[in-house]
Design a binder for this molecule. Structure first.
Ligand SMILES: NC(=O)c1ccc[n+]([C@@H]2O[C@H](COP(=O)([O-])OP(=O)(O)OC[C@H]3O[C@@H](n4cnc5c(N)ncnc54)[C@H](OP(=O)(O)O)[C@@H]3O)[C@@H](O)[C@H]2O)c1
Length: 270
């Protein structure tokens, strides 16, 4: 599947980090605008919900019947109970239920991409094997992995092809540099998250940084745009899934796909 490099992360659709629900019409409009602007890769999860909103339900409402070229990637492994409290990582035998939950909420008979989002596992083989069986059964087209270390990629590849790796990564978070390079060598998409939010993580925000601010000024761009452009500069296999509930930020983020940083600017950010 070929996707444009600027995709969209759905985690910010459901409300603010402090829990205020999003404006439903505004975020449905934002999703439709994203597709109009050329976004054809949306990252979501059944566990992206707030007391009044579900990211998958909003995507379904805004975009179904889905355009043929739209790739919706979702994640399984983590889960939340109906009150929103986090559950322990799913056991392998619980992954089918999570896949079916995504199918139901998105209103699809298959999922384009499912990432196993691991946490704390030395080996992901058993979990990834369970997803590979669901792929063989036709519920999933392609598999990815998330929040992984280099050994996890090899473990998964021994079981089934991996099309993408989704890890936290950005100018100030280079822990996954080696994994990013390995993905490039093997033709696997590397999909960073928190590439704008950085240390802000769930709380969001864009941290100030002198080099980022100076380069943004030179280009008449915003710091967020510089951060996106920097991640894309890390290799042609790197995609972006910036998350926003703000329609103006969406436009800026898509435009960042055309921002090219010079060698001097990249060196200064390094
Ligand atoms: N696999 C995983 O474990 C995992 C973990 C976290 C996230 N994700 C995925 O990755 C996506 C991206 O991560 P993220 O949404 O946490 O972080 P992000 O894209 O790095 O940053 C989002 C934060 O930056 C703000 N922002 C976005 N565009 C902006 C702009 N142009 N100017 C100023 N501020 C801007 C957003 O606020 P506004 O809403 O106000 O724009 C939000 O606070 C998520 O949406 C989700 O799909 C995956």
């Amino acid at each position: 599947m070929t996707v444009n490099r600027i995709g969209f992360g759905a985690m910010r659709l459901t409300g603010s980090a402090l829990g205020a629900p999003s404006d439903r019409d505004r975020v449905i409009g934002l999703l439709r605008r994203a597709v109009e602007l050329g976004v054809n890769h949306i990252d979501t999860a059944a566990f992206y919900f707030s007391p009044l909103r579900s990211a998958n339900e909003l995507i379904n409402r805004a975009l179904a019947p889905y355009p043929d070229d739209l790739v919706i990637a979702t994640k399984v492994g983590p889960g939340r109970d109906p009150a929103g409290d986090w559950l322990p990582l799913a056991r392998p035998d619980q992954l089918r239920g999570q896949v079916e939950e995504n199918l139901r909420q998105l209103g699809r008979d298959h999922l384009d991409v499912v990432n196993l989002r691991q946490h704390g596992l030395d080996s992901i083989a058993e979990h990834f094997g369970a997803l590979a069986e669901l792929r063989d059964a036709g519920l999933i087209r392609h598999l990815g992995i998330s929040n992984v270390r280099p050994q996890h990629l090899a473990q998964a590849q021994a079981i089934a092809p991996v099309v993408c790796v989704q890890n936290a990564y950005g100018i100030a978070n280079r822990i996954s540099d080696k994994t990013l390079r390995t993905c490039g060598e093997q033709g696997i998409a590397f999909v960073p998250f928190y590439s704008i939010a950085g240390d802000g993580r769930e709380a969001g925000g864009v941290a100030d940084n002198d080099a980022v601010l100076a380069i943004a000024r030179q280009h008449g761009a915003t710091p967020a745009q510089v951060r996106i452009a920097w991640t894309l500069s890390r290799g042609p296999h790197v995609l972006a899934i910036p998350g926003t509930g703000n329609p103006d930020h969406l436009v800026e983020n898509v435009a960042a796909g055309a921002l090219r940083l010079s060698a001097d600017e990249l060196a200064s950010l390094e």
